[in-house]
Design a binder for this molecule. Structure first.
Ligand code: UTP
Length: 472
């Protein structure tokens, strides 16, 4: 029996034999590529998910007891300030000792942004239009310089963007980083299925697939050898962030410090929600276990619940910034993959009976994915630290409106505007308090306000609408 016949047999037995419907119309090369794709599909998993979510669906209802989780809030009292100082010193020590590495997840498809190419290649900075990848790399270089250390950087891609991501880094000389400190690894993919649980073809020799969600990081770290590499380098703590957050303080020593001091397994940064219906998951205790409760899962009552001081009760908005202890990452995948799958109803391009490709107007199928924050349930010790949104969180999700390139550039400009004002420089603002103009301060010039204040003197710089400060 030939390779493809065996494969067809397997797909037939799994009730997915229809994927070979157009086999006779494929060229030799197309057949080879198709076989390669089909071999990568975990049919047992797909069918288990179809059984779980499509054949025997349980209404997804949020049940059980919900409580707020303990959060380290932004320091205000002298005790809190002293505690944050100690955390910072602890984090700085961990950085200097070379025990900290970085995990960036960049395997998503960036569907909403619609940029041709990996999201990390999107030109984002307000003046020089540096890419997200370059912007992160400059922060990393600046941290390395500050703490005289190297921060090994593990970058997760997926089949859809792996080649382009690696090429982009290579073509830009790794943005001044040592190519040896960068470890690309690829997450798994899963096919989408239609309303009957049948795998969807989006070409005659191609199945529609998507990456298995950022939860796939855990499995991919192990499979790719990244965990072993971390061990070999003597890393103990990993800072996790997403490619689309332009403000993220990479390897923030205060956050690392709290996490280390508490001997936490996995920790999270949170921001206060802006309003009850903001689409941000909140961290809480669900039946006694830490969880991110998605916005859609909270009842109206819980969404609006308030504390005596008027603040929202479920207010710990999760911003996908985490710390992981290496041994926790190892334990999470020691006996296979533990994270639960979630299902999403989506519009998925498909071939009709005649082989014509259709772009549906309504959701017609399901994608499966996993979420990294589900690992919080497996922790026994976890730190949740509040941070200021305007200093740590501005994601690029959409083409326009909220969480778009426009808001990301505005938030960067506003951040730098505040730093410059502290240095005595006059910055014009509009009626909403946003800076009028564009400001960009490369992390290589100043990573934070304190560094900027050391570098420039009042009167040395003036602002006339556009300002760039870099080390070039
Ligand atoms: P999002 O869930 O916002 O997805 O990912 P996305 O791909 O950026 O955008 P949409 O939803 O298709 O419009 C948040 C972060 O998680 C990563 C993304 O690259 C981004 O950094 N991610 C997401 C992965 O690495 N893998 C995935 O399977 C999903």
């Amino acid at each position: 029996m030939q390779d493809w016949e065996r494969l067809r047999e397997k797909f037939n037995q799994a009730g997915q034999g229809h994927v070979f419907r157009f086999w006779n119309e494929l060229s030799e090369a197309e057949r080879r590529a198709f076989i390669e794709q089909l071999k990568r599909i975990d049919l047992d998993l797909v069918n288990a998910l179809v059984r779980q979510f499509i054949k025997n669906p349980k209404r997804k209802k949020f049940e059980g007891e919900l409580k707020t989780a303990e959060v380290i809030s932004i320091p205000g009292t002298p005790e809190e300030i002293a505690r944050a100082k100690l955390a910072k010193e602890t984090g700085e020590e961990a950085l200097r000792s070379g025990k900290v590495g970085l995990i960036l997840v960049a395997g998503g498809q960036g569907t909403r942004l619609g940029h041709p190419g990996p999201k990390g290649t999107f030109p984002i900075t307000p003046v020089k239009h540096k890419s997200l990848f370059q912007w992160h790399a400059e922060k990393i270089r600046a941290m390395e310089k500050r703490y005289n250390t190297e921060l090994p950087w593990y970058i997760m891609t997926s089949e859809v963007n792996d080649r382009q991501t690696r090429d982009f880094f290579r073509d830009h000389n790794y943005f001044g980083l040592n190519p040896d400190q960068i470890f690309f690894f690829v997450q798994d993919i899963l096919p989408a299925v239609d309303e009957e649980g049948k795998i969807i073809l989006d070409g005659k020799g191609s199945v529609f697939t998507s990456p298995n969600g950022h939860g796939g990081t855990l499995l991919a770290l192990r499979k790719s050898g990244a965990l072993a590499d971390m061990k070999r380098r003597g890393l103990e703590q990993l800072f996790y962030f997403q490619v689309d957050n332009v403000l993220v303080k990479i390897a923030d020593p205060v956050f690392i410090g709290y996490h280390v001091l508490e001997k936490a397994e996995m920790s999270s940064k949170v921001v206060s929600k802006r309003y009850p219906h903001e689409k941000l998951g909140v961290i809480g205790l669900h039946n006694g276990r830490l969880s991110v409760i998605e916005y859609s899962e909270l009842s109206e009552k819980d969404l609006h619940a308030r504390n005596p001081d008027g603040s929202l009760k479920y207010n710990a908005g999760s911003i996908a910034i985490h710390m992981f202890r290496l041994d926790f990452l190892e334990a999470e995948t020691e006996k296979g993959f533990k994270l639960p799958y979630h299902i999403a109803h989506k519009k998925i391009p498909y071939l009709d009976e005649t082989g014509r490709r259709i772009e549906p107007q309504e959701p017609n199928g399901y994608k499966f994915e996993t979420f990294i924050f589900d690992a919080l349930k497996d922790t026994t010790v976890s730190v949740i630290m509040e941070t200021k949104r305007e200093e740590d969180f501005s994601p690029v999700k959409n083409k326009g409106g909220e969480d778009s390139p426009r808001t990301a550039r505005r938030d960067l400009t506003d951040l730098f505007g505040r730093w410059l004002e502290k240095a005595g420089i006059e910055i014009p603002r509009d009626a909403n308090g946003h800076v009028i103009g564009a400001i960009e301060i490369s992390p290589l010039f100043a990573l934070d306000e304190e560094e900027l204040l050391r570098k420039i003197k009042p009167g040395e710089i003036s602002f006339n609408g556009t300002l760039y400060l870099g080390d070039e």
